[in-house]
Each structure stands twice: as structure tokens, then as C-alpha cells.
Design a protein around this ligand. Structure first.
Ligand code: WTA
Length: 648
């Protein structure tokens, strides 16, 4: 067990809630009252909230359809449009001049985009996409840096009913290609590149590379010129974004879509070599994006400036950089570049300069900034901050305390939000002005959410550890895995007999009913808050001609949470150069985030007699722990001894 997990187990500090005069949920009594509403009438309460918080083009008459579980359907005879809910209704309510997005580029350029201007851009882009032949139900892949055009592209797709799939810009051409093939996308929206540490990170060449060969249905590539970086141009296929917008009308009636219409597909890693295309809906997803903004962050549109530092290539960027804040009619801060560029004070300078009031980031970023030293935040006036959030991995209490003291000045509640790509929005989270905070605990399920810690037989655990499960459906739940219903059922519903959603995380529940997330129990790594499948990295390694076999495990890392450790069996002996080549090879297959931190060459991998790689043993070896495990089931016990050092 890693040191940070051990420190969580010993954590006993508590922080009573800070009082706020106008909190959206202003105390535990209000929280309990909301929970009681759901207990008394689960569907009725969801229905009321959906009517109150979303604008429907056609009202729904049914809240939840469980007849084909686990393919749940929510509000399914209702119709609405996501972009109309994120833009038009706010402009119609007289908020057209309010900023929807405040964007800062890495070079310091600032753009402030009002709701009125954003609506006009989204309409022009939607009309432009239609002119390219994009129709309702088509897939559009978005492969862009963190620039406002990325949000415009997402909203434009939603306006015409095209399903977007954002691919994180640091993913390699091969990973992009896999996603293009799997989605069957017709159009890719990209940019010449984005700025990373003062240099251009080129994107368009990776698109060109991904489109080579058979199997991809893309016939148009729309390119935003952002860095003035020269790009190759394929006549007839490639189109400049601004030319696409030119001459397009600034109005485009939002297409009313069924609530169950797929808003987006977002790929995430699982325990096989192939990432899963998680499908999210229109109505249920948007409802929860909005409610969690209001509840978990106590978001007050018009007053707060909300900054979620996640890239739109991840679910956090979807729900909390774009859809959540805009569904509320509030202002979202977007930053393009590296958080420590040109110095480790960049994030704090942005907070102070723009007066960010709610700040949401990953523990890995906090730990990296702790290392950089307290002098960086000390140089900036952080008094505008009032709520802090974390997401993506367990936060160790030391990092929590630093965040609370040094960034929050001891006055800002921290919401440690547990959720997943699959859940669409927060599931377990403190409420900033109601919950007694415990460093390292995500606290309690949000109103309407049923979470439990279960033992291996599916019985609820009280005051102990087990597997985290969600025991009732919720509106923003994934609707499936794109093109693979079977995998959806097997991955999430099989574990607990089809009744409960199995999250893949281990958790502990304490005697107060607070949840402590202990990390993944499957073959998924969490590296700097990014989800990576060990099998994905293994298949990238074995696709190199020098590699016979590979096993990848996580090793505890002070900053990243987990580091990637690869045991590699070669076809012929190799040296340090080959290790570099293998690391580069993984970067080319998946992306730099998947590069192994350490590679150890081995003569063989420890396997059980049935041929299964003994990962737990490898994890212990990678962490430098003493091996207590019984190795008698191993095919060849001598293999284990040899793994402690390199075999080259
Ligand atoms: C982990 C990110 C501890 C967890 C939103 C989960 C967390 C995976 C927390 C999902 C948290 C997320 N505390 N662990 N507050 N939030 N995780 O799909 O292992 O990229 O299953 O979604 O991140 O990662 P994903």
C-alpha cells in the first residue's frame, strides 16, 4: 500500500463547515431535505428538477424507463437542445452581455466572449458544419488545443445534433486514428497547433498521419489557424475554420433532439487494450452538469468566475469547463498553456488577475505546485477565491492541508469530488457550505445519488473497506459503450449481478458514512489524474519489433500519484538506447502521457500455472517492497528473483 493511502487511513482531522449567507445548499439540514425528497419520490424529484433546470422544446411525460436495464433511459419522450440551454435561454433572459468564456492564451493574450457573441459564433459554426454535409446523428471528432473555438465546435455539434468526440490533443496519431475509425466520424475539427511551454505543439500533422490508409470515413478537416504554424494542405479535404464561418448566418435554429440523443462519445481506458467510447446523453447529462455546478461548487452565475483547469479532452473539461458553467449561464475561465509556464506562479497569477472565485484542479497539480514552493502563491492576491475543488485521484491529506492553508487562506472549503468519465458528473462530493470536511475523504453521495461500499458478495459494508458501487441509476450515467453493448454490460453491471453499477474503485466508508476512495481495483492506472490502461501500454510495447512480452504496472509516485513501470522481455538482448526507443515508441502509439517512467528488461514474467501474469507481485517489485506473497503457484520461482534487477 502506498504511503499516501496509509496516511489517509490514519487521517482524523475534521473541518467544520464555513457559513455562507446565500449558499445553494446552506447546511446539512438542507442536504438531508433534498435527499429525503428523493427517498420519498425518486422519479418525481428528478422530474421536477429536470423541468425546473432545463428548457425543453417538448416536455417529457416519463422520467425513467428501466424496462431494458441496464440500458436506462431518462426523460426519453422529451426534446431539447443542449446549445439552446447553454446559450439562447441566457441571451433571451437578458444576459447576452455577460461573459460566457474568459480565455487566456499561454502568451498572455486574453479574450472575453459574451453569451451573445458565443451564440453568434456557435450558429455560424453550426451552419458551416451543415454546409459541409454534417447531419443529425453524424459524428465529428474534435482534436484541438484549449481555445474558445474548441467550445464553439462542441456547442455547434450539439446545436445540429451531431455527436462530438473530443480527442485529447496530446494523444498520438495512432490513438486518434483508432478513435476516428471507431466513431466513423465524417469530419475532424483541429488546429494548426497549440502553445506548450512557449513552443508550438503541432496538431494538424498528426491528423494528416491519422487519415493515411483505409478505414477512416473522414472527408473534411476543418483547421483553426491559432499559432500561424505552417501546415500541409490537402485540397478539397481541408478547410480553414474562419473560411467555413465566413458568410454563414448568425442564426441557426437549435434542432430539438430527444433527451436520449447521444451528445458525445468520449474514450477512456479500461482493462483491455482497446479504449472504450463512453456515450453520454443530451437531457440527463446536461441536467446533472448544471445541478452539480450549483450544488458541489455552490456556483453563483454572474458573480462567480469558475476555473476548471482540465483540458476539454477529458470528461472534467467537458462537464466543468464547458457544459456545466454554460448551462448555468455563468462565466468559465479557460487557459491554454502549461500551468507552470513561464514560472510556477502562472495559475495563481491567473486567479488573481481575473478574480477567479472557484478553482478546480487535480491533486497531481497541487503536489507539483507544493514542490515549487510557497513563494509563488505568496506573490499573488488570492482573496477572490471562495471554493476550491479537486478531482481525478485520491488527494493525500498533506496536499489537502497545503491547498486549504496556502491557496485557500484557511477560509475556502475544499470539495474532493469523486466521479468518472462514465458518471458524467460528480457522484460523491462535499457540499462547500454544509459538509464537515475530512482531508482525503470525498464525503457523501450527492442528493439523488445512491453509492455504497460492497463486499465481494455484494453486501453493504459499514465502517470498512470494499468495492465502490452505485446502486440506483442517475440521469447523467453513461448510456453505453459506442458499438459494444456487451462490453458495457460485462464491464459495469456483471460484477454485482446486473443490479448495481461497478465503478472499478476500492473505497472505505467510515462510521459517519463518509467515503474514502482508495484507487482502482482493475488494471487501470491513474497517472497524474489521467486514466491509462496497463493493457493499452503493453500492446503498444509488444508492437515494437524488439519486444517479445511486456507487463505494465503502477508504482507509487510522490507527484504523479502513480508512475508507469514496464517489465519487458526482449527477443534479443538490448541496452539503454533500446529503453529510450521503447519509450518513444509508446509515445508514438498512444501519446507522451503513456511513456513508461521506468523500463526493466526481464528474462521472463512471473505467471501462474494457468499462464496469468502475477501483477500484484510485479507491483511489489516495482515499488521496491519486500515480497510476502506465496510464489509457489509460479511456473518458475527463479523468475521472480531475477526481476529485482535489469536483465540486460
Ligand atoms: C479516480 C475523472 C479519488 C477514480 C473525473 C476514478 C478519484 C477515476 C477521484 C476516473 C477522487 C476520480 N478521489 N479518486 N476525488 N476522482 N478519481 O474517468 O479512480 O478520468 O475511477 O474521470 O479517477 O477517472 P476519469
Amino acid at each position: 500500500m502506498s504511503d499516501s493511502i496509509l496516511s489517509v487511513l490514519n487521517e482524523e482531522r475534521t473541518f467544520p463547515p464555513v457559513h455562507s449567507t446565500d449558499a445553494n445548499i446552506d447546511g446539512m439540514a438542507a442536504y438531508q431535505a433534498l435527499c429525503d425528497r428523493f427517498t420519498a419520490d425518486f422519479e418525481g424529484t428528478w422530474g421536477e428538477l429536470a423541468r425546473e433546470h432545463l428548457a425543453w422544446a417538448h416536455p417529457f411525460s416519463r422520467v425513467l424507463d428501466e424496462s431494458n436495464a441496464p440500458f436506462y433511459r431518462w426523460f426519453d419522450d422529451g426534446m431539447l437542445n443542449v446549445s439552446a440551454n447553454c446559450l439562447d435561454r441566457h441571451v433571451e433572459a437578458g444576459l447576452g452581455e455577460r461573459f460566457a468564456i474568459i480565455w487566456e492564451g499561454e502568451d498572455g493574450e486574453v479574450r472575453r466572449i459574451s453569451y451573445r457573441a458565443l451564440l453568434a459564433d456557435v450558429c455560424r459554426a453550426a451552419n458551416g458544419l451543415r454546409a459541409l454535409g454534417v447531419e443529425r446523428g453524424d459524428r465529428v471528432v474534435i482534436y484541438m488545443p484549449m481555445i474558445p473555438e474548441a467550445a464553439v465546435a462542441m456547442l455547434a455539434c450539439s446545436r445540429i445534433g451531431a455527436t462530438h468526440s473530443v480527442v485529447f490533443g496530446a494523444f498520438a496519431a495512432q490513438a486518434l486514428r483508432d478513435r476516428l475509425i471507431d466513431t466513423g466520424a465524417k469530419v475532424v475539427i483541429t488546429a494548426d497547433g497549440g502553445w506548450r511551454k512557449g513552443e508550438v505543439h503541432a496538431l494538424k500533422p498528426k491528423v494528416d498521419e491519422a487519415l493515411k490508409g483505409e478505414g477512416v470515413a473522414v472527408n473534411k478537416v476543418v483547421v483553426v489557424t491559432h499559432c500561424n504554424h505552417p501546415v500541409d494542405w490537402v485540397e478539397g479535404r481541408d478547410l480553414d475554420w474562419y473560411i467555413m464561418l465566413e458568410g454563414q448566418r448568425e442564426s441557426c435554429p437549435p434542432e430539438p433532439l430527444p433527451a436520449e440523443h447521444p451528445l458525445f462519445i468520449l474514450y477512456t481506458s479500461g482493462s483491455t487494450g482497446k479504449p472504450k467510447g463512453i456515450v453520454h446523453s443530451t437531457g440527463g447529462y446536461l441536467l446533472w452538469a448544471r445541478l452539480t455546478m450549483l450544488w458541489s461548487f455552490d456556483f453563483h452565475p454572474g458573480r462567480d468566475l469558475f476555473w476548471c483547469t482540465a483540458d476539454i479532452g477529458w470528461i472534467t473539461g467537458h462537464t466543468y469547463s464547458v457544459y456545466g458553467p454554460l448551462a448555468c449561464g455563468g462565466t468559465t475561465m479557460m487557459y491554454e498553456g502549461v500551468p507552470t509556464y513561464p514560472d510556477p506562479g502562472r495559475m495563481w497569477r491567473i486567479c488573481a488577475h481575473h478574480k477567479v472565485s472557484i478553482f478546480y484542479t487535480a491533486p497531481t497539480a497541487i503536489r507539483a505546485l507544493i514542490k515549487a514552493g510557497d513563494e509563488w502563491p505568496a506573490r499573488h492576491n488570492l482573496s477572490s477565491l471562495r471554493v476550491l475543488g479537486t478531482v481525478g485521484e485520491p488527494i493525500n491529506p498533506e496536499a489537502w492541508i497545503w491547498y486549504h492553508e496556502v491557496i485557500g487562506g484557511g477560509r475556502c472549503p475544499i470539495v474532493d469530488t469523486w466521479w468518472q468519465t462514465e458518471t458524467g458528473g460528480h457522484m460523491i462530493s462535499p457540499l462547500p457550505f454544509a459538509t464537515t470536511l475530512k482531508p482525503g475523504s470525498a464525503s457523501k453521495p450527492l442528493p439523488g445519488i445512491s453509492a455504497q461500499v460492497l463486499d465481494v458478495d455484494g453486501n453493504a459494508v459499514r465502517d470498512g473497506g470494499g468495492l465502490l458501487a452505485l446502486t440506483r441509476p442517475w440521469p447523467s450515467m453513461l448510456r453505453g459503450i459506442w458499438g459494444d453493448d456487451r462490453r458495457y454490460v460485462d464491464t459495469y453491471w456483471h460484477r454485482f449481478g446486473g443490479h448495481y453499477y461497478f465503478a472499478g474503485d476500492g473505497a472505505r466508508i467510515d462510521s459517519d458514512g463518509d467515503f474514502w476512495i482508495m484507487g482502482r481495483v482493475d488494471d487501470v492506472l491513474n497517472v497524474s489524474g489521467h486514466r491509462l490502461g496497463t493493457m493499452e501500454i503493453e500492446s503498444a510495447l509488444v508492437s515494437h519489433p524488439a519486444v517479445a512480452e511486456a507487463a505494465v504496472v503502477g508504482r507509487p509516485d510522490e507527484v504523479k500519484g502513480e508512475a508507469i513501470f514496464a517489465f519487458v522481455v526482449l527477443k534479443q538482448a538490448g541496452g539503454a538506447d533500446l529503453k529510450d526507443a521503447l519509450r518513444d515508441h509508446v509515445a508514438e502509439e498512444i501519446g507522451p502521457i503513456a511513456k513508461p517512467d521506468e523500463i526493466r528488461f526481464a528474462h521472463g514474467l512471473p505467471k501462474t500455472r494457468s499462464g496469468k501474469i502475477m501483477r500484484r507481485l510485479l507491483r511489489d517489485i516495482a515499488a521496491g517492497n519486500t515480497i510476502h506473497q506465496d510464489v509457489s503457484t509460479l511456473e518458475d520461482a527463479a523468475v521472480v528473483e531475477a526481476l529485482h534487477k535489469d536483465a540486460c
